[in-house]
Design a protein around this ligand. Structure first.
Ligand code: AHM
Ligand code: MG
Length: 347
């Protein structure tokens, strides 16, 4: 017999989700369905991304495509696709999206879940053929089912996530997610239209030699961050920065590394959003054995006050994050000493 025929068929995402559901005897299957809805939308978005260059050509006359529809930017298309899939699925009552100012009611008032998402992250890379991603978190609503979800349902801390994941549209398309019991990665097989389990039980190395940070802004970083970056250089770490959070995060997750988007003079809370980016990746990295902090606080424990709240992010291999925090603590201690000395002089 051909040896290849004896090989087991790969595990599809659908089958994997079903198997996981069987581990919970009282599970109703709604979360499984929700994850499948997200996977379905991601396949459609993947197709749109792959055709993006062509769409530009076919839509060049009057910015319309062959069906006569208006051309839209990919981040808008992705937003629409994910909302549509979650609305049709029925498990989600309310969605918050980086692309929308307000909360979105799906009309599924009996839906138990809230989804927070950045439908297409890496805006500067969308039009230039560089890896981009979708980021999503799932929360259980706290209000009674039977009516629309509330803003309070949406503003939960990261520790309340019941699932989190991302899709990376890269040299291959992958979905990586956790439901709080480890992290698994699935690679998309376009000819079959299926995600297959390719990276079971992902754990991130405790330490790595990659640091990812936009050093173009170095002059507006705090002294602590600047010192940590110098430490990385003194230790011959490699600088790798794609400028797509999902892609930078994904590489560091697999290889070991640290991603930093700190506060800057212009943006004291950094650039990234707590609800759509930081919490999601914090849940994943912790499940893989790494850490995520804003420099002082564990990201997952931060209490959100607003939907579009920003926060500094230091995330990755645990020993690297600890080291960066050490530099920030030294900086804070030095500032306290200067503050106390100044007060003393003014007395
Ligand atoms: P976006 O949500 O508008 O795409 O912004 C988030 C992106 C991240 O993917 C990326 O890491 C970061 O912004 C890059 O910002 P910068 O260009 O300032 O380095
Ligand atoms: Mg984003």
């Amino acid at each position: 017999m051909n040896d290849k025929l004896a090989l087991p068929v790969g595990t599809t995402l659908d089958r994997f989700i079903m198997r996981k559901q069987e581990d919970f005897p009282y599970a109703t299957g709604e979360l499984s369905q929700l994850l499948r809805d997200i996977a379905l939308a991601s396949k459609i978005v993947n197709r749109e991304i792959n055709r993006a260059g062509l769409l530009g050509i076919t839509g060049a006359y009057g910015q319309q495509n062959v069906q006569g529809e208006e051309q839209q930017k990919l981040d808008v298309i992705a937003n629409i696709r994910f909302i549509r899939a979650l609305r049709n699925g029925g498990e989600v009552c309310t969605i918050i999206s980086e692309e929308e100012d307000e909360i979105i009611q799906t009309g599924n008032t009996r839906g138990k879940y809230i989804v927070a998402m950045d439908p297409l992250d890496g805006s500067s890379n969308i039009d230039v053929n560089v890896s981009i991603g979708t980021i999503f978190s799932v929360y259980r609503r706290t209000s009674e089912a039977g009516s629309d979800g509330t803003e309070k349902d949406c503003l939960q801390s990261g520790t309340k996530q019941i699932a989190a994941g991302y899709i990376i549209y890269g040299s291959s398309t992958m979905m990586v997610y956790t439901t709080g019991n480890g992290v698994n990665g699935f690679t998309y097989e376009p000819s079959l239209g299926e995600f297959f389990l390719s990276h079971p039980d992902i754990t991130t190395p405790k330490a790595g030699t990659i640091y990812s940070c936009n050093e173009g802004h170095v002059n507006s970083f705090s002294e602590g961050i600047r010192k940590y970056l110098r430490y990385c250089q003194d230790n011959n770490y490699s600088a790798r920065y794609i400028g797509s959070l999902v892609a930078d995060f994904h590489r560091n997750l697999l290889k070991g590394g640290i991603y930093i988007y700190p506060s800057t003079t212009k943006s004291p809370n950094g650039k990234l959003r707590l609800m759509y980016e930081c919490n999601t990746l914090a849940f994943i990295i912790e499940q893989a054995g790494g850490k995520a902090t804003d420099g002082c606080n564990r990201i997952m424990e931060m209490e959100p006050a607003e939907l579009h709240q920003r926060c500094p992010l230091i995330i990755g291999s645990s020993e690297m994050v600890d080291k960066a925090v050490e530099f920030l603590r030294e900086e804070a201690a030095a500032e306290r000493t200067v503050g106390a000395a100044t007060k003393e002089m003014l007395r």
